[in-house]
Design a protein around this ligand. Structure first.
Ligand SMILES: NC(=O)c1ccc[n+]([C@@H]2O[C@H](COP(=O)([O-])OP(=O)(O)OC[C@H]3O[C@@H](n4cnc5c(N)ncnc54)[C@H](OP(=O)(O)O)[C@@H]3O)[C@@H](O)[C@H]2O)c1
Length: 249
């Protein structure tokens, strides 16, 4: 297989399952040394490490709670001590909590944790990583079709976190461009694993709103991320790559 990422070091947040795990596997197959984070799935994380190493690649898992902004500098230090540097940051870890803005029963603790994880935590990792990213580096932020428009009730908070990190990534493209570092967004869509809307009716309505009329597979999002990480995307920065089956078409 062509290995365009040979010699590169990548960090994928939330690599223990779902889209993050698919991204860890693909970046490692393409030659990168891959560090990834998780918060609770120790066994799954070690299984992903074993799988990558079994195929001759290199991966290492770090437990790091993204909801705690103060943990980001230590995470980046750990990656740099382990692999000697950092070239590619994939901001993937996130959670989804839904509820309408006027719901008196809203679980505000869970909603606040989502804002901390999906928004403040991503900012903390970008800040820490940007201090060490090497020239020709990459920042790739995983957002959602709901980062551009909310589209359905109950997702104001989730959508706001995704919209916020999209703008922050654009700011990183501006700030880090002079150092030869690109920063882009992949808007993922409904995937066959991981986060799902809360009820089957919402899921059906969402699938019906897509041009392709089907859910996506995590490998299809990982492929979009790998493109932005590759030398082929050297002149792409400040872009949003829609990989959500035509939600906006
Ligand atoms: N699935 C969808 O339909 C969909 C649609 C659009 C966009 N997206 C976006 O795609 C990305 C991945 O989604 P997914 O469906 O693959 O998610 P997932 O299967 O639920 O996996 C989430 C990953 O993030 C990690 N994580 C969660 N909270 C964390 C925290 N506080 N600190 C560190 N790691 C944490 C999890 O670790 P543990 O295993 O340890 O919990 C896991 O590795 C997210 O950014 C999501 O917003 C997903």
């Amino acid at each position: 297989m062509n290995k365009p990422l040979t010699g590169k070091v990548a960090l994928v947040t939330g690599g223990s399952r779902g889209l993050g795990a698919a991204t860890v596997r693909l970046l490692a197959e393409q030659g990168a040394d891959v560090a990834f984070t998780y918060v609770s799935s120790e066994e799954r994380a070690q299984a992903v490490v074993g799988e990558v190493r079994g195929k001759g690649g290199e991966a290492v898992a770090f437990r790091s709670d993204q909801a705690d902004m103060s943990g980001a500098p230590a995470l980046i230090d750990d990656v740099v001590s382990h692999f000697g540097g950092l070239d590619i940051l994939v901001n993937n870890a996130a959670i989804s909590v839904s509820g309408t803005v006027d719901d008196p029963e809203a679980d505000t603790t869970a909603l606040d944790r989502m804002h901390a994880t999906n928004y403040l935590g991503v900012i903390a990792v970008i800040r820490a990583a940007s201090r060490v990213l090497r020239a020709d580096g990459r920042i790739i932020t995983v957002s959602s079709g709901l980062g551009s428009r909310v589209g359905l009730p109950g997702f104001a908070d989730y959508s706001a976190t995704k919209s916020g990190i999209e703008r922050y990534t654009m700011g990183a493209a501006r700030d880090l461009g002079p150092r030869g570092i690109t920063a882009n967004v992949v808007e993922a869509g409904l995937m066959e694993s991981g986060m799902q809307p809360p009820d089957p009716e919402t899921l059906k309505a969402l699938v019906g709103s897509l041009s392709l009329q089907r859910m996506g597979h995590p490998d299809e999002i990982a492929a979009a991320i790998a493109f932005l990480a590759s030398p082929a995307a050297s002149y792409v920065t400040g872009a949003v790559l829609d990989a959500h089956g035509g939600y906006n078409a």
